[in-house]
Ligand binder design. Structure first.
Ligand code: 4AD
Ligand code: MG
Length: 436
């Protein structure tokens, strides 16, 4: 729309006549006069209405799309330091009427409904400023990821979603009918990003991952995004450094680009400390026993409760850091591509990065020699014939390499302190949900 001013820019237009456009967020009817609260993608503004204008708006529903022309004036306030502006309307035009009453109240600070109702009505609940803010933060996280990876000189890759074989093993994958054959939806871009190590040495990408999870939990989706990364000629410490570096940049970008959103959400980002602590799984479990009094030292992994404790209690307490890198996971718990520790084949050179509540990254060094990879595939009970293309890269020379994948919705959930991952997913899919 020509000459349209965004609500965020109004502050600098005091005394000018402007055009704004957006949605009727609320109508405050004081009988002889009134106010329309107009909402656009940058915020809310109060529009002062004459009796006549009020009369014209009375018949309209909230969410009606309006174009307002008027003068930007200082808002009346008891606080002499307040410098909010409002608009004295001279004309109001309906750009799109609303047909039905909005099914959920979205013009309060919170959309005060159950999660399922929130999601069933996503088309409109997303318009609530706090809901909108969540996905602005998410976009800034991805922006920060790209900034970081581009600064390293790495190459962005666009990975396929349809594939022949499952990459992460297990039964958690979707099958789709593909011209009379069976295809799967990728669980991660793992195999593809590794293949690119024969060419680009450093790659990244935003992929779609699918998991046929059997249960709905507060941290699992059936479709999510991974921020994928893979680097050649790098050792384990470097792979870890890249994970820390990326997260630092991502949170910095959020701080730079999303100040109003963080304020609106009332969120303070987790502490980052000087360096993310790095701890072996067995030492993490020992600390959990010693300091939290819960003995899971016999477990091959961190439980959800232990992940929460180590990243929200232990990390902040000992390292002023909400991100904890846990290394040295047992071979039995890691996929066929994970590099085994040469000193102890029951251990892998892998890590999880626990980000302020739960695992947000898995990664590690990969098997890069053909014979070792063939053996590891067999050891996991998988059929090498299914991995012919993948093994081709090992046959023709792949440098020592590693990488990781970061769950975008998990990270968003954790840094914003959302109870359920679905709140951090714009159109979530889970065991029951396939709409909207
Ligand atoms: O831990 P995962 O399964 O690891 C991989 O996919 C590897 N290919 C990564 C690598 O490069 N080695 O998934 C990676 C991340 C998890 O740490 C988690 O943040 C997220 O993806 N994730 C999920 N997020 C939402 N719903 C699910 N069902 C998820 N499963 C994993
Ligand atoms: Mg994992």
């Amino acid at each position: 729309m020509k000459n349209r001013i965004l609500i965020r820019e109004l502050q600098s237009k005091l005394g000018e006549t402007v055009i704004v456009a957006g949605w009727l967020h609320r109508l405050r009817d004081l009988s002889k006069f009134g106010f329309a609260i107009l909402r656009d993608r940058t915020g809310l503004v109060q529009v002062v209405l004459t009796a006549e204008q009020l009369e014209a708006l009375r018949g309209l529903q909230v969410e009606t799309v309006l174009k307002v022309t008027g003068e930007v004036v200082k808002k009346q306030s008891k606080d002499p330091n307040a410098n909010e502006v409002e608009i004295q309307a001279t004309s109001i035009e309906v750009l799109a009427p609303v047909r039905d009453v909005v099914p959920v109240e979205i013009n309060k600070e919170e959309v005060d409904v159950q999660l399922d109702t929130l999601l069933d009505n996503r088309v409109v609940t997303l318009r609530n400023p706090k809901q909108r803010a969540i996905f602005r933060v998410q976009a800034a996280l991805v922006h920060g990821f790209r900034q970081y990876m581009e600064a390293q000189g790495f190459t962005e890759i666009f990975f396929p979603v349809l594939a022949g074989a499952a990459s992460e093993g297990g039964a958690e994958f979707f099958r789709v009918e593909y011209y009379g054959r069976e295809a799967t939806l990728t669980q991660s871009a793992q195999l593809y990003k590794q293949i690119t190590m024969g060419v680009y040495e450093g790659v990244y990408g935003v992929s779609y991952s699918f998991r046929a999870e059997k249960f709905a939990t507060s941290r699992h989706l059936t479709e999510f995004n991974q921020l994928e990364f893979e680097v050649g000629f790098a050792d384990f410490d470097e792979v870890l450094d890249y994970s820390e570096g990326a997260i630092r940049q991502m949170l910095k970008t959020v701080e730079e680009e999303c100040k109003p959103e963080l304020e609106l959400l009332g969120v303070e980002l987790p502490p980052l400390g000087d360096r993310f602590p790095r701890i072996k799984l067995k030492d993490a479990l020992q600390a959990y026993k010693d300091e939290a009094g819960i003995d899971e030292t016999h477990e091959p992994d961190l439980s959800p409760a232990a992940e929460k404790w180590i990243s929200r209690e232990w990390g902040p307490k000992h390292h002023n850091c909400g991100f904890v890198i846990v290394t040295d996971y047992p071979t039995s718990k890691r996929p066929f591509y994970a590099l085994r520790d040469p000193a102890d084949p029951t251990n892998t050179i892998t890590f999880d990065l626990i980000g302020f509540g739960s695992e947000i990254i898995s990664g590690g060094m990969r098997v890069n020699k053909y014979d070792d990879q063939l053996q590891a595939i067999k050891d996991k009970g998988l059929d090498p014939a299914q991995f012919e293309d993948y093994l081709m890269m090992h046959k023709y020379g792949i440098p020592p390499e590693g990488g990781w994948g970061l769950g975008l919705q998990r990270l968003t959930q954790n840094i914003l302190g959302l109870d359920n991952i679905k709140e951090a997913t714009i159109f979530p899919r889970d065991v029951q949900r396939l709409r909207p």
